[in-house]
Design a protein around this ligand. Structure first.
Ligand SMILES: Nc1ncnc2c1ncn2[C@@H]1O[C@H](COP(=O)(O)OP(=O)(O)O)[C@@H](O)[C@H]1O
Ligand SMILES: [Mg+2]
Length: 761
């Protein structure tokens, strides 16, 4: 189980056949040491026990580590939706566990073993070498033997929660959990805050106690002592508040980072459908509301706690000095809270309106920038400007309104606030004058100095209700984006079969959300692996929808789609998409070199792979003519490439992982005839060894297809070869002769065409 004598190559080779995990490691080109292989295979093995297939591409090995460390493995497991934790354990604990779930032991040499069973009477653990095949015998070890190779590192793995689609909801609880993760810093901040409060009290109390003496007896020594004490206190306060500020900053940065990671992860797992239905500007604005939440957490909320500490110390002192006066201050604060509460509802309502307006304003901006080419080409600047003006005016108006509204509680509570600061003092003086000296001078001085310090926290405490509500609104807004149904579960769970490329639709009915008629209506067909399938039909007949369903973009269809006999719904979505190549009419190329664009960040792929893919896609010829070849930089929107070149790059990008199924949706439709001919010339070469689904409205580019499917209004009208279809399918024949008039038999013209047909795209 811990055979380090094996060389990496021999180790992988000897087990490659027996153990699919090790074979997968080889496939992913992870040139691992036997130890690394053991650890990775152990994780894959245990994950499979919990019904999850691990994805090697989401594994982030650190190059500086000889074997993957527990954090790397844990992150990998969590990415796959499993619960994982590294714990120190000993032999006795391992023996005692009743749960049959396998446990990974991280061996001292960097390898791993899996605990698969135990014999409590004989005090034996049964281990399996993760690199071995399923038929390899388990190894029984006793405490002594285990101790030689293992000093206690174990990895516990569990299915995170039962059922599907389980997702933590993005709400205040989740954020509280994030904050709680930093409780150590919070505690330190609290301690320093309390100390600061006490420190700031000291000078006041000293002055309060001694000022009378100093003035009465002209005691210079006492005065000097006071001054020295005050200076020391101030210096100490300076140092401490610097420290506290730094802790706050660190906490804020940490929280920011965590929130941002969480948000982005969530955003990426939203289905494409979401992004199609919602404007980018609106989404970004809403997501950015998280900033408000974070500011509330590290600003207002923290200050509130600090204020509470301060009050818990100051208020008793105030009561000690004079209970009557202290009570009036507390009552004033309560009144202030009442006033603010009164305005909460209307303010929340307005806040909602402001957010709505701001997000719409954001949409206009993003949309204009995104579509600037069209804006310029069609001279749409004035309309866009007018739109923008209107949005700006609307938000400005709302801002005024909300601030006017917010001004009310501030103004109304001002007299109460002032009372706490000076009023109570005056009242004290009044009482002192009118009753027989119930309050002495030092008490009044104390009140004067402390009153203000109590009033501040009391006022902001009263205001916290409003801030809590604002933060809640923001969390709601962020949640409205992030708490939508997402693909996370499908992306991390399910089968990861090796694809051959057989596609079967069985009575598939699919309707887009809000649409009246189904986009696909009882579609049934089956094509064997390696088929080159053409899809034709007029615009809106459902061609793209077929390709979308195949990629799992839309998943709420009825009927079944099977790939090599496996139901699509049971296949891991990321695995599925990774094994599909996709070329669209307009492909997005990222900023970066040509080589980077072809490899597109897929790990384990080399420059040679990029060249091979480019050659197959017919892109090599123009890449080599580029000034820097494969290192030529592509700008955003790739203005330095022609349409045909872009398209060939996109094909190369789709081909690099040698997908078993390649979909081209109108991939050549926007190209000039020459570029189209260039791409089409390569199609048969590209199609070798894979299933192709080619959508095109130009029938001439489908001539090489093994089968052509004619779609109309979501239904399959016919499926056959070109020659068969020209013979028997009216729609196809019409399209064909319309595009190839010179071949048309005498007498066929548009008048004869089926009424609803036009050449679509
Ligand atoms: N994202 C979408 N949301 C709603 N309806 C859509 C969406 N995409 C396409 N449709 C509708 O579904 C039908 C089929 O569209 P599509 O498959 O794109 O047709 P084709 O690619 O053949 O032109 C059309 O009626 C179209 O209006
Ligand atoms: Mg289409």
């Amino acid at each position: 189980m811990n055979d380090t004598a094996r060389t990496p190559g021999a180790g992988a080779g000897s087990h490659g056949a027996a153990n699919p995990d090790v074979a997968a490691l080889d496939d992913a080109a992870i040139n691992a040491t036997p130890q690394t292989q053991a650890r990775l295979a152990a994780v894959m093995n245990v994950a499979r026990y919990h019904g999850v297939e691990m994805d090697l591409e989401s594994l982030r090995l650190r190059p500086d580590e000889p074997a993957p460390s527990p954090p790397v493995l844990i992150e990998w497991l969590r990415e796959a939706g499993l619960w994982a934790r590294g714990v120190p354990m000993n032999f006795r604990q391992l023996i005692k566990i009743d749960d049959p779930a396998p446990i990974i032991l991280l061996l001292d040499d960097g390898g791993a073993a899996i605990v698969v069973g135990r014999n409590k009477e004989k005090q034996l653990l049964f281990l399996r070498d993760p690199r071995g095949g399923p038929s390899d015998p388990v190894i029984a070890v006793d405490e002594l033997r285990l101790k030689q190779v293992w000093s206690g590192g174990a990895l516990l793995v569990r299915a995170s929660r039962a059922g599907g689609g389980d997702e933590v909801v993005f709400n205040i609880g989740l954020i509280a959990k994030l904050v709680w993760g930093d409780r150590r810093i919070l505690r330190d901040i609290a301690i320093s805050s309390i100390t600061l409060t006490i420190l700031s009290l000291v000078p006041i109390l000293i002055v309060m106690r001694t000022i009378g003496t100093v003035l009465q007896f002209h005691s210079k020594d006492t005065l000097n002592l006071i001054i020295v004490l005050l200076i020391i206190a101030v210096i100490f306060e300076m140092i401490l508040s610097w420290g506290r500020k730094m802790m706050e900053v660190i906490l804020a940065a940490k929280l920011d980072a965590r929130l941002n990671l969480l948000i982005f992860d969530r955003l990426l797992s939203l289905p494409i459908e979401y992004f199609e239905r919602n404007q980018a500007g609106e989404t970004t604005y809403k997501i950015n509301q998280i900033r408000e939440v974070r500011q509330f957490l590290t600003g207002k909320l923290m200050n509130t706690f600090i204020d509470l500490f301060m009050l818990s110390i100051l208020l008793p002192v105030l009561f000690y000095i004079n209970a009557t006066l202290a009570w009036t201050v507390v009552i004033a604060a309560a009144l202030m809270a009442a006033i603010i509460t009164m305005f909460l509802r209307p303010l929340a309502h307005k806040t909602g309106e402001v957010i709505q307006a701001e997000s719409q304003k954001g949409s206009v901006l993003v949309e204009t920038v995104y579509g600037i080419k069209t804006v310029k080409a069609l001279a749409l600047e004035p309309t866009r400007s007018a739109d923008w003006d209107r949005r700006v005016a609307e938000t400005a108006q709302l801002q005024i309104e909300i601030n006017r509204l917010a001004n009310w509680p501030a103004t109304l509570s001002m007299p109460l606030q002032r009372y706490c600061m000076y009023g109570a003092l005056t009242l004290g003086a009044y009482i002192a004058v009118h009753s027989n000296n119930a309050i002495d001078a030092s008490a009044l001085t104390g009140f004067m100095l402390l009153g203000g310090r109590v009033a501040g926290p009391l006022v902001s405490l009263a205001g916290i209700i409003e801030d809590v509500q604002k933060a809640q609104t923001s969390i709601g807004v962020v949640g409205s984006v992030l708490n939508r149904p997402n693909e996370k579960y499908a992306l991390t769970h399910g089968l990861r079969p090796r694809f051959e490329g057989e596609i079967e639709f069985d009575d598939v009915v699919f309707k887009y959300e809000g649409a009246k008629t189904p986009a696909l209506d009882k579609l049934s067909f089956r094509i064997p692996a390696g088929t080159m399938l053409g899809l034709v039909g007029r615009s809106g007949s459902g061609k793209s929808t077929v390709t979308r369903l195949l990629q799992g973009i839309n998943r709420d269809y009825s009927g079944a789609i099977k790939i090599d006999g496996n139901d699509m719904r049971e296949i891991n979505l990321r695995h599925l998409r990774k094994n599909f190549g996709m070329v669209l009419q307009d492909n997005f190329l990222f900023r970066g070199s040509i080589r980077d664009n072809i490899i597109a960040g897929r790990p384990g792929l080399s420059f040679e792979d990029a060249v091979r893919a480019a050659r197959l896609a017919g892109a090599e010829e123009f890449i080599e003519r580029m000034p820097n070849g494969y290192d030529t930089f592509i700008q955003e929107g790739s203005p330095n490439l022609s349409g045909g070149q872009k398209q060939r790059l996109a094909i190369a990008r789709a081909l690099i992982s040698d997908p078993k199924i390649l979909i081209m949706d109108e991939a050549t439709s926007a190209l000039d005839p020459e570029s189209e001919a260039l791409v089409n010339a390569n199609i048969t070469r590209i199609a070798k060894g894979r299933t192709m689904v080619i959508v095109s409205h130009r029938l001439s580019s489908l001539l090489d297809c093994d089968l052509i499917m004619v779609l109309d209004r979501g239904r399959m009208v016919d499926l056959g070869t070109h020659h068969e279809l020209v013979e028997r399918c009216a729609i196809y024949r019409h399209l064909w002769f319309q595009q190839n008039r010179h071949l048309a038999p005498e007498g066929l013209d548009d008048a004869e065409a089926p009424p609803a047909l036009t050449q679509g795209r």
